[in-house]
Design a protein around this ligand. Structure first.
Ligand code: BYC
Ligand code: FE
Ligand code: FE
Length: 473
């Protein structure tokens, strides 16, 4: 299956030749009204009739892939786009390295691939559900527009995965497509699949942590799937990554703006009391970072994972930049050393490289997060603050993997559960923190104006000035 030209005028914009694929086209056209119903019920609240200045993917050319214009969200053109291939793709991960990549799903990998696609797909609508009410408290029209941009694109990512389910997984795939619209973030009876996607994200500090840390997990998981031997998945993920960059920008710069404002307000107050000035203190920002970062580390799966080893061996996923960075794509040799809990202490253990694939990806992720945190700390230095933000240890506050049944300090020291509980409100957001955030988050809808707790961005978007009317209510 090679990519055909982009067809924008049909019901579902696409470059996968839906016009010549009546079976899949009809299946997707039956799914479409249910998706729209889900969007109406679970998508962004309140702004369905507002004109939002949004980017829409309309092509796969790296130069001009997106179009910016005022759109009402329910009318957004959610399309299906795969990055085109210049030549035939070759497998460069696992046991089948060197063979031709798969344009169909091999029978022996059907279940494993379906599980990966469904897990990936499930996170997309989950995030939209988590962010559903944030429009009510947006700190500016600029930020409101960015929230909605992220939301519509997560919707498109769901389309990208549902296309794969319909096209390549037959009846099972169609059933999974239905279930993706039935699970609900945080619902005890039908929760979303992964932990972080069931946590509430009901204030803007959480939103910026989410786009900083959770969307960044998305970047690394998509990067692993982009190396897949299943070529349509690889190409789908590649195009999703194009959109993802903006989500990460929103998170990283959003946090930087809150941090800058926090330092400015500390300077303004005679006692350095940021809350007295209506801002968000750095201690609370640090607790939010601890919370979201630790939940995101869980999203990489167990440190020692036979699932990960099998997925790598089969060529279903690769390492970060597998094709560019590595020579030995089989990874049959080599070990990874990591500290494990034995009794009341941590001791280093060697595990075979293939079983450590989750941990390798987590390493890449942590490095990337640390780079962003360094940038935030430069902002603090610029504003004359001596406080710094840090990433907690990868062992802190974990719910999956080898550290989950133990307690650690943010520095990674193994401690008794009682000590963890006694320190919880210092390390993680407390109810009082949540109440405070809820109290200060009042909507600001005047173009060019920003809530007191966040600094304005350096510039506007898509060549528009900061005071542009990004949302017309
Ligand atoms: N919560 O061997 P293990 C994004 C399950 S974000 C709950 O440790 P494995 C986005 C696991 O499923 C990217 N359950 O891990 C961001 C398994 O269950 P079963 C999303 C968890 O399989 C923002 C068991 O524990 N994409 O795109 O090696 C906005 C043992 O598994 C969790 C993907 O995740 C958890 N945190 O790796 C919008 C890519 N962690 O099978 C979007 C697809 C593990 O025993 N997913 N479990 O019932 C995968 O590649 C893998 O499934 C995982 C786990 C990396 C998640
Ligand atoms: Fe996404
Ligand atoms: Fe995203």
């Amino acid at each position: 299956m090679q990519t055909s030209a982009v067809d924008l005028n049909c019901r579902i914009p696409n470059n996968v030749g839906l016009a010549d694929d009546p079976k899949v086209r009809r299946a997707l056209e039956r799914w479409q009204p249910r998706y729209l119903e889900w969007w109406r019920d679970m998508g962004p609240s309140d702004f369905a009739t507002s004109d939002i200045y949004l980017r829409t993917a309309i092509s796969v050319e790296s130069g001009g892939w997106a179009n910016y214009d005022y759109v009402r969200m329910p009318d957004y053109r959610w399309g299906i786009f795969l990055t085109p291939r210049q030549r035939e793709a070759i497998i460069h991960v696992g046991d089948d390295t060197g063979r031709t990549a798969w344009s169909e799903v091999p029978g022996e990998h059907r279940n494993a691939l379906r599980r990966l696609v469904v897990t990936q797909a499930d996170t997309e609508p989950a995030s939209v559900e988590q962010q559903r009410l944030l429009g009510r408290t947006a700190p500016s029209l600029y930020d409101l527009r960015n929230l909605f941009q992220v939301n519509v694109e997560e919707g498109r990512h769901l389309w990208a995965m549902v296309y794969l389910l319909h096209k390549f997984f037959g009846k099972d795939g169609r059933e999974e497509g239905e279930m993706l619209l039935e699970r609900r973030s945080g619902d005890p009876d039908k929760p979303r699949i992964l932990g972080a996607f069931n946590q509430p994200c009901d204030n803007w500090l959480s939103f910026f942590c989410f786009t900083m840390f959770v969307d960044r997990d998305g970047k690394y998981q998509l990067a692993a799937l982009r190396e897949s031997a299943f070529d349509p998945l690889a190409r789908s993920c590649e195009f999703m990554l194009t959109e993802e960059a903006f989500h990460l920008f929103v998170g990283e710069t959003g946090m930087a703006r809150i941090i800058r404002r926090s330092a400015q307000l500390a300077r303004q107050d005679a006692n350095g009391d940021v809350r007295a000035q209506g801002g968000i203190d750095l201690a609370l920002i640090q607790r939010a970072v601890n919370y979201w970062f630790s939940y995101c580390l869980d999203l990489f799966g167990g440190e020692i994972s036979s699932n990960a080893a099998e997925a790598f061996a089969a060529g279903l996923k690769g390492r970060f930049k597998e094709s560019q960075r590595y020579r030995d794509h089989r990874a049959l040799e080599g070990v990874y050393t990591l500290p494990v809990v034995e009794g009341d202490r941590l001791v280093d253990r060697e595990i075979p490289l293939r079983n450590a694939m989750n941990e390798l990806l987590r390493d890449e992720y942590i490095r990337d997060c640390a780079r962003a945190v360094n940038k935030w700390n430069r902002v603090l230095a610029e504003e004359g603050s001596s406080v710094r933000v840090t990433l907690p240890s990868r062992r802190f506050h974990r719910h999956h993997g080898i550290y989950a049944r133990h307690c650690f300090t943010p520095d990674g020291e193994l401690i008794a559960p009682e000590r963890f509980e006694a320190s919880r409100d210092r390390w993680l957001p407390s109810q009082a923190d949540q109440d405070y955030l809820a109290a200060i988050m009042q909507p600001v809808h005047e173009p060019g104006k920003f809530a007191n707790w966040i600094a304005p961005p350096h510039r506007g978007l898509a060549g528009k000035p900061i005071e542009f009317e990004y949302v017309r209510p």
